[in-house]
Design a protein around this ligand. Structure first.
Ligand code: HEM
Ligand code: HEM
Length: 227
């Protein structure tokens, strides 16, 4: 049995906070009226939290620990095809971090989430609410971004659905990914293909960077919040 520290604390905090803030963003928009009536402000504030989390995550994708870095989990198309072929043969190649398909899916999800949060900054509901940067663009641009916000919001629901189906698939194949996103350690029967030396993830070695990135994200969100 191979036990590998895979998700550092910042990634785990990021993930579960993201789940909460995205859920609130949808809840406040998709369920008008029941059981509570939310003003658009609450939706926008949840969206701003999503934006702050993503700012942090993009920084961490460049400067974080091994499995958090985008160059570590973004594979060549050939590796993705090989992974797909293995799945079709019924085997599940062992990976500590995101596997080649999962890495692509995560990247697409992070981009789509970013488009959603950024486009929201320029919207208005045409009644009471104007987002922080609404008056910085022409009315036509804001309308186009509203269409983008709507359709990308639908796409995100599909991506999140696929994310959950993929997790279920791995669970049925005996791989417990959810636990690893809670406590950080993944258990694999075989040696993972993406870890050459099995040295531990050095999350403790980068608390300064994590804190600096968090500070930048909080400052950006606080600035937008007050606009
Ligand atoms: C990732 C975070 C976000 C998600 C998942 C999200 C999702 C949504 C959804 C599903 C709608 C309904 C659109 C429709 O179906 O027509 C909506 C509308 C809206 N969102 Fe967001 N949103 C996010 C971030 C933001 C942010 C950051 C702001 C502003 C700061 C914002 C402002 C608005 C406004 C003003 C509307 C109403 C637009 C209208 O009345 O047509 N959103 N959002
Ligand atoms: C709003 C819903 C969700 C969103 C937007 C979301 C988003 C994400 C993102 C962006 C990642 C990549 C993490 C990173 O490297 O930064 C991820 C990974 C992960 N998520 Fe979610 N997630 C959602 C719901 C859930 C739920 C409900 C669960 C558990 C039941 C879950 C479990 C996981 C796990 C286990 C991973 C790691 C996958 C792996 O090992 O490759 N997610 N999620």
């Amino acid at each position: 049995m191979h036990r590998i520290r895979v998700w550092d604390l910042p990634i785990r905090l990021f993930h579960w906070a993201l789940v909460g803030a995205v859920a609130l963003s949808y809840y406040t928009m998709k369920t008008p009226g029941a059981p509570f009536v939310f003003p658009v402000e609450i939706h926008a504030r949840a969206g701003l939290v999503v934006l702050g989390l993503l700012l942090f995550r993009w920084g961490w994708a460049l400067a974080g620990s091994r499995h958090a870095r985008v160059w570590h989990f973004l594979y060549r198309p050939r590796a993705m095809l090989n992974y797909l072929r293995s799945l079709r043969r019924g085997s599940l190649p062992p990976y500590a971090g995101h596997n080649p398909l999962g890495g692509l899916a995560v990247l697409v999800m992070l981009v789509s989430l970013s488009v959603q949060a950024l486009s929201g900054l320029f919207l208005s509901d045409d009644i009471f609410f104007q987002a922080p940067l609404y008056d910085r663009v022409a009315a036509g641009t804001s309308d186009a971004l509203r269409t983008l916000h709507h359709w990308n919001g639908q796409l995100l629901i599909v991506l999140i659905g696929l994310h959950l189906v993929a997790l279920l698939f791995h669970r049925l194949k005996g791989e417990r990914l959810v636990g690893a996103m809670v406590h950080g350690t993944k258990r694999l029967d075989a040696r993972p293909l993406d870890v050459a030396d099995e040295s531990p993830v050095r999350d403790a070695a980068r608390p300064g960077r994590a804190a600096a990135l968090m500070l930048v994200a909080v400052a950006a969100v606080a600035w937008l919040w007050r606009l």
